[in-house]
Design a protein around this ligand. Sequence first.
Ligand code: FDA
Length: 402
Amino acid sequence: MTRASVDVLVVGAGAAGMMAAIEAGRRGRRVLVVDHADRPGEKIRISGGGRCNFTNLGCGPANFLGENPRFATSALRRYTQHDFVKRIDKAGIAWHEKTLGQLFCDDSAKQIVRMLTDDMASAGAALNMKTGVERIARSGDGWSATLSDGSLVAAASLVVATGGKSIPKMGATGWAYDVARQFDIRVTETRPALVPLTFEAGLLETLVPLAGVAVDASVASAPEGAKARKASFKEAMLFTHRGLSGPAILQISSYWREGEAVVASMAPGRDVFEELKAAKATNGRQAVHTALGHIVPRRLAESLCVREGASGNLADLSDKVLRRLDQAVNAWGVKPVGSEGYRTAEVTLGGIDTAALDQQTMQAKAVPGLYFVGEAVDVTGWLGGYNFQWAWSSGWAAGQVC
Ligand code: FDA
C-alpha cells in the first residue's frame, strides 16, 4: 500500500478547492488535491453558457443567503471581486460586463480552468483526478485519508471543497456533509436553489402553449411570516415546457418554499389599466389582445385575455375587465408545486453550519485542521457570479492558513 505525507489534503478540484490549493502551495505547503471526476473545474467549464460568470462587480454580503449571511463578510472583504479580476487580467483573459455587474470571459470558461491548474502546478500543488476518498480519520493532530486507489495519505490539514449536491451527473455528492456529521458539525437543511419552478398539471397546461415566451418581469416571494425570505428580482422570466424559468425565477427559487406563491409583475412599473383605458379612448375598435400585445409579448397577451374572459374590442370592455387584465399582468400570483431539483439546480442552499466555522479561515472551530470552503458551506449567492466569488474568497481565506 502506498503511503504519502503532505501538509494539506484538498478534496475537490472545483473553484474553491483549486483556490485553496494555490494559496497554500504559494506559502510553501506541500499540497495534494484529489477529485473523483475526470477533469478539474467542470462546473467552471460549463458555467455561464461556457463563458463563466466568474464574479460580480457589486458583490457583497447582501447578495447571499444562509442562516448567517454576515459570515461571508470577512472572506469577501479580504479577497474581493477586484482581486479576482486582477488575477484574470494578469493571466491575459479577456472579459466583459454583461449586465447587472456580471463579468464573463470574452472567449471561454476553459481559460479560467487553465489559469487555475497552471497556478496550482507553479505553486507545486499535486492534482490527482479520478481519485475519491474512502475514509477519513483523525491521526494525532492531523488526518489520515484512505483514497479510492487504496493509498493512504497523511495530512496536517484537510480542506473539504466538494461543493453541494447540485447536478449529480457532474460528480456532485453530499460528501462534505458526511464529513461534517462524522465530526459532529451541524449541517443546515439543504435544498436545490437557483432552479426552475414546476407547476401542477392543470396550470401547466395553460403555461405550455407559452413555452419560449420571455418577459422582463419583477418576481417576488410571498413568504408566510418569514421576513428573511422576502425578496424580489427584476430580470427576465421565461415560460418553458416544464413551467417557469429565467433569471428572475431562478433567483426567487432560493427564497420560495413549498405551499407558497410567487407573485410576478410582467410589465413592472407600467399601469396596465391606465394604458388600456387610454388605448380604448383613442382607438376603441382595436382588439383587446392587440392592445395588451403592445404591453406584453403577443402570445402572452392572447393567453391572458382568454384566461380573464376578455374578448372583442376595447370599446366593448368595462373598466372592471380592464382592471382584471391589469391584475393578471402585474400581480400574477402563482403557486409552484416544486422545482426541477438537484438535476438542474445551479447551487445547493444550506450546508455546513457557519456557526461551526471560523469566518476568517473557514476552519472548524471544534476540529483544528479541518476546513470547509465553497458551496459546501451554508453560504449561497444570488445568480450572477456571486457563487464563484464565494468559492474564490473562501478558498483563498483557507489557503492563507491551512
Ligand atoms: P464545485 O462543485 O465546483 O467543485 C466540487 C468538486 O468536488 C468537483 O470537482 C467534484 O467532482 C468534487 N467532488 C464532489 N464530491 C467528491 C467526492 N466525494 N470525492 C472527491 N471529489 C468530489 N456560479 C457563478 O457564480 N456563476 C455562474 O456562471 C455559474 N453558472 C453555473 C452553471 C451551472 C450549470 C451550475 C451547475 C452552477 C453554476 N454556478 C455558477 C454555481 C457554481 O458552479 C458553484 O457555486 C461553484 O462551482 C462552487 O464551487 P465549489 O468549488 O465549492 O464546488
